[in-house]
Design a protein around this ligand. Structure first.
Ligand code: DAH
Length: 346
């Protein structure tokens, strides 16, 4: 037998024996061992390749081709056998192993916690729902009409400068407040209405007390014979429930285009209980939001008939409420998602 024939016979024997072993492998682990034995870096196939060196030059290409064919055939068989064995192993595992998914995780681990913004929102909603208010949401991207025009803030009105607006295009903005939810509600529902609008709002502003992306909650009541007294009663009730009994509420005349009259809402500083501290800048009072009686011009942009129907509205910043209630010193902590910070509010 020539040297080349000899090597070919050896190759064929290798192929047969590898295939037989692969087919006989009882597990994917055994199969892998067969693969290493024949196809591995120091496997039989590598060994036989070494014999090529001693073959006559003209025999080398044919032999090299044969080795490659065997290699490919073995790799293919390996893959097929592996698929079959693994499928079988998974089935066996599923049939024989049971898992109790109700068991508590070992060690507890990081449980995560509700974000203070979500927690404060839920609490406000819970308090106001006792007065018959229910939740509404609106789009983050608002038409100019809803964010400004229908709230009596016409183009070129100086009040537009009160809010640093992110424009999407000339007629769409990232809503700068939750007040547009008032308009959506009045357009699509019939009074009497008691609604809360909550969610993210956006302003081009960022420092120790401002975030470009923060949250507000808006309250609106539309009914017959609504007066400033109803507004004051409602907001004072809310302040006591949210910050604690005994806290006073004060209404300072102010201006918002969508309410007339308008007021800024202050309450006794919940941190120092009115004695004066750094949060309330020693005044004992802290500003928590804006409010007022709905401007008849706003009704004019919706289907609601004034003076048959009248209303009041108020708006708070959620992060600000959390800052005041818990004495948080930097608003940016709310977006850092530091678990240690978030878990303090549990
Ligand atoms: N939208 C106002 C703001 O973001 C807050 C506000 C003031 C809401 C008075 C109201 C309101 O509903 O009546 O600054």
């Amino acid at each position: 037998m020539s040297q080349a024939q000899n090597a070919q016979t050896k190759l064929e024997e290798l192929r047969q024996s590898a295939l037989a072993k692969m087919q006989g492998a009882a597990s994917s682990k055994d199969l892998y061992e067969v693969k290493v034995e024949f196809l591995g870096k120091n496997g039989f196939l590598t060994e036989i390749m070494k014999e090529m060196a001693s073959l006559p030059k003209e025999e080398k290409p044919l032999f090299g081709k044969l080795v490659n064919e065997v290699k490919q055939a073995l790799e293919q068989s390996y893959q097929q056998a592996e698929l079959k064995l693994k499928a079988h192993e998974i089935e066996e595992k599923m049939a024989n192993e049971e898992m109790d998914l109700t068991l508590p995780a070992v060690g507890g681990g990081n449980q995560g916690s509700e974000h203070p913004v979500a927690k404060v929102t839920d609490e406000i909603v819970r308090i106001m729902s006792r007065l018959g208010y229910s939740l509404r949401q609106g789009p983050w991207i608002e038409k100019d009409f809803y964010n400004f025009e229908a709230l009596n803030i016409p183009a070129n009105h100086p009040a537009r400068d009160m809010q640093d607006t992110f424009f999407i295009d000339p007629t769409h903005v990232l809503r700068t407040h939750t007040s547009p939810i008032q308009i959506h509600s009045m357009e699509s529902e019939r009074p009497p209405l008691r609604i809360l609008g909550t969610g993210a709002v956006f302003r081009c502003d960022s420092d120790i007390s401002h975030l470009p992306h923060f949250h507000q909650i808006e309250g609106m009541c539309v009914d017959r014979h609504v007066s400033m007294a109803d507004l004051k009663g409602t907001v004072s009730f809310f302040v006591r429930e949210f910050f604690g009994a005994g806290l006073k509420t004060r209404f300072r005349p102010s201006f918002f285009p969508f309410t007339e009259p308008s007021a800024e809402i202050d309450c006794t500083c919940p941190i120092c209980k009115g004695k004066g501290c750094s949060l309330c800048k020693s005044s004992g009072w802290i500003e928590i939001g804006g409010c007022g009686l709905i401007n008849p011009k706003v009704f004019g942009f919706t289907g609601v008939q004034y003076p048959e129907w009248q209303g009041f509205a108020f708006g708070f910043g959620i992060e600000r409420m959390a800052i005041i209630k818990y004495g948080v010193e930097d608003i940016r902590l709310f977006v850092e998602n530091n678990l240690k910070f978030n878990q303090q509010f549990e």
